[in-house]
Design a protein around this ligand. Structure first.
Ligand code: UDP
Length: 328
């Protein structure tokens, strides 16, 4: 019995595949390589290059492998881009996603772990954010993920689909072999490390007048290895006939942009030039998870709660892969 991983060549997907394989689970990957990296895929893992909305291809995969469950990462995930290109985001994340889910359920495959996001909550009304917090996303990206959650709920009612929607906070860190290599890169930690490596002249800090202790935005940074282990636990939960549910994944601790930069200075020993810039549109001041449910329902425990360790693993990967996957 195999697990179908869509987006298995991407940042979090490939780290999850790595862990599934380490636990001797059979894996099949579907990825269109628009943002994923061929180099992130194990050469001996069955790999299909294509779109999730390609029903013929998905049927072929289901015919060629005994798929017991799916972990669905494949999506576009740039919050800012989604604001200027909503058609692209709804088309890919919702329309293609719906086609994919329809193909799976029609074939009788009824277990799915879905990459959702804290962006489905929008501006926090209270902190930390638990799963009952109202969901009013402020970007088409967040809205597209929320729509897919809703679609899965309705598929549960009508067709008996069982899902776990995992709502990630800020994914970061690396395993020795798999790290963050986005093009374009917009995320804080890799950009800070690029500045430490001299690939960027400075790191821009977007906003220093937020209502936070040092005026910069606070986020809950969660290591990809910890995200990966939650996906494995969610697969086990579904295997044991767990009911459909949504679960936050974060450390429950917030760090400001300046704290991230200071920690990166300590870890790298490098000078990192900082440039204060205006706020970036759509950034809430603080996002912190209440991850109690993940511990209670999935028995989830994080291995990398400390920011130092998280940034340390990312730095090791960036030093070993100065040009990302290209140089590996
Ligand atoms: N950020 C920043 N400079 C950058 C990139 C990000 O100051 O070059 C800030 C951003 O405004 C946010 C935090 O760092 O407050 C985390 O941003 P990221 O894009 O990594 O993740 P997000 O929280 O948007 O998912």
């Amino acid at each position: 019995m195999a697990v179908l991983v869509t987006g298995g060549a991407g940042y979090i997907g490939s780290a999850t595949v790595e862990m599934l394989r380490a636990q001797k689970r059979e894996v099949v990957i579907l990825d269109n390589l628009v943002y994923g990296h061929r180099e992130a895929v194990f050469p001996d893992t069955p790999f299909y290059e294509g779109n999730i909305g390609d029903a013929e291809l998905v049927k072929r995969i289901l015919g060629e492998h005994d798929i017991e469950a799916c972990v669905h990462f494949a999506a576009y995930a740039y919050v800012g881009e989604s604001v200027t290109k909503p058609a692209v985001y709804y088309q890919n994340n919702v329309v293609q996603g719906l086609r994919f889910l329809t193909t799976l359920t029609e074939a009788g495959m009824k277990r799915i772990v879905f990459s959702s996001t804290c962006a489905t909550y929008g501006e926090p009304q209270r902190l930390p954010l638990d799963e009952t917090h109202p969901q009013h996303p402020t970007s088409p990206y967040g809205a597209s993920k929320l729509m897919f959650e809703r679609i899965m709920q309705d598929f549960d009612t009508a067709y008996g689909l069982r899902f776990v929607a995992l709502r990630y906070f800020n994914a970061c860190g690396a395993t020795p072999e798999r790290g963050e290599d986005h093009d374009p890169e917009t995320h804080l930690i890799p950009l800070v490390l690029w500045a430490a490596q001299g690939k960027r002249a400075h790191i821009s800090v977007f906003g220093s007048d937020y209502d936070t202790p040092d005026g910069t935005c606070v986020r809950d940074y969660i290591h990809i290895t910890d995200l990966a282990s939650a996906h494995l636990a969610a697969l086990d939960y579904l295997q044991n006939d767990g009911a459909s549910t949504a679960i936050n994944l974060g450390n429950g601790q917030g760090y400001s942009v300046l704290e991230v930069i200071e920690t990166a200075r300590e870890i790298t020993g490098k000078h990192i030039e900082v440039k204060m810039e205006p706020r970036r549109a759509g950034d809430p001041s603080r996002l912190i998870a209440d991850a109690k449910k993940a511990r209670e329902v999935l028995g989830w425990q994080t291995r990398y709660p400390a920011l130092k360790e998280i940034i340390g693993t990312a730095w090791a990967w960036h030093e070993a892969h100065p040009n990302g996957y290209e140089s590996s």
